[in-house]
Write a protein that binds this ligand. Sequence first.
Ligand SMILES: Cc1ncc(C[n+]2csc(CCOP(=O)(O)OP(=O)(O)O)c2C)c(N)n1
Ligand SMILES: [Mg+2]
Length: 558
Amino acid sequence: MAVKTGAKMNGAELLVAALKNEGVREIFGLPGEENLAMVEALRRSSIKLVVTRHEQAAAFMAATHGRLTGRPGVCLTTLGPGALNLTTGAAYALLGAMPMIMITGQKGVLSRKQARFQVVDVVSTMTPLTKMAHQIVSPATIPALVREAFRVAQQERPGPVHLELPEDVAAEPAAESPLIQPHPIEVPVAQPAALDRAAALILKAERPLIMLGAAASRPRLADALSDFVKRAQIPFFNTQMGKGSVSGGSGLYIGTAALSERDYVHDAIDRADLIIAIGHDTVEKPPFFMGPNGPTVLHVGYLPATVEEVYFPHAELIGDVGPSLTLLAERLEGKLPNAGALLPLREEILARITARADESRYPLTPQRIVHDVRQVMPQDGIVCLDNGMYKIWFARNYRTRVANTLLLDNALATMGAGLPSAMTAAMLYPNRRVLAVCGDGGFMMNSQELETASRLGLNLVVLILQDNAFGMIRWKQAADGFQDFGMTFGNPDFVTYARAYRLNGSRVESADGLAPALDAAFVGGGVHVVSVPVDYAENSRVLIDELQAHAAEGRGQP
Ligand SMILES: Cc1ncc(C[n+]2csc(CCOP(=O)(O)OP(=O)(O)O)c2C)c(N)n1
Ligand SMILES: [Mg+2]
């Protein structure tokens, strides 16, 4: 049904009405003078303006909203400098397949009283970073453009869309324009022929393995995916971004491919003769390398696979993944005597991974940190990682039992997104424990958002792993035989820093101090900063020396 908009609306008001029509409840942003008509329209609407202290954070927050809800998050900035600060967030949403709408201001189209002051070509800048980038040239186009923007952002593969609203178009009286109503769209399900072919491959496999990739974490897929794994009884591993997508199937979990090869989980991957790759997105660091000698790979996805040197599936099952998997399970259930062939490897893989989880060394080992975080997080608690060395440890060692409870970025892998993504999680799920885990490098890239988190009244704990270094790069530098150079820095006293924001801060002073500090922070409510010193000597000891020794033992032969 067409919704008429008021006769006296201007472009900005029409845009806000169109956003409301899409179900938008909040917009993250940092406005400039070109947005003032839009800000005024928001003030008079039910949509909340969530002001951030840097545009990058607004984009990370909006993108995470899209990732967690499946509905596009919206962010707003001014022209030029503000819009350019969105670019990293745009790339984060593009590579991470997160639906997001970015609205930026611009000088007038028809008249420019400030000449070229602050003017850069934002639409061109955004074009390669988005699925669609458009300047709005007249209010009359707004209803259709906004509807199309939401459709494009949301449909597979989801991602960001950019709309530029020049200030004269924002102020221009809009003719009465009917808004376009959204409607549900059912994506086609895989064809019977493809289902038969996929089933035949799985039925004849001797050592099948399921891999859950990034698209397996789409919010709407959780139930159907868990159901498929349980009905097939085939063990599964996940990529970093596919983590947590199977609930209740933990007896079949065989590990996370945080490295591309030679990790313990590759003992199973290298022995598999068939990998059923559900939702694999090649934006992720490869979870394993395909080679000429197998295994056979069946790609199950919303969209056909992207063929790469290291990923060239032999068969594909394309269509709405949840219903297609249900149809596939009907062809397989109870007919797979080899389903559990690789399951005997599970115990040893998981035992190796959890080694040293209770070590009492101080500064703490990454394994101990992951272990203690798991202890204080309930099953539905959400851990949001920034980007640094600890991401590998969390991806590898942290067990998830509920979908989307470990948010990490293995696509753009940008530093600075950990705190903003956790803020969105805390906004969406006020009754769940939410923890941001950041390195001392990444935390300082968007630490100003502590003020936003506090102003929003969020319940959120921020754990800072302190090594006074860009630890991940320092590790790679050493592993590649370079001299230790250019990777260390000083830090503020994080407890004093938190207090300057009128927040609570604490420092972990002993190996046994982390879990109680985190627990106390959660119990206390509000925003807390906890800093913990980390001993990264384990990086080389485990991820290089131990895994090389394991490879030399000659494992991995089918
Ligand atoms: C925006 C951005 N800049 C640089 C990098 C390259 N990079 C990846 S990890 C890393 C170090 C992160 O340091 P920190 O946040 O302290 O985490 P740590 O590895 O020390 O635990 C760097 C510089 C990046 N991924 N993103
Ligand atoms: Mg660091």
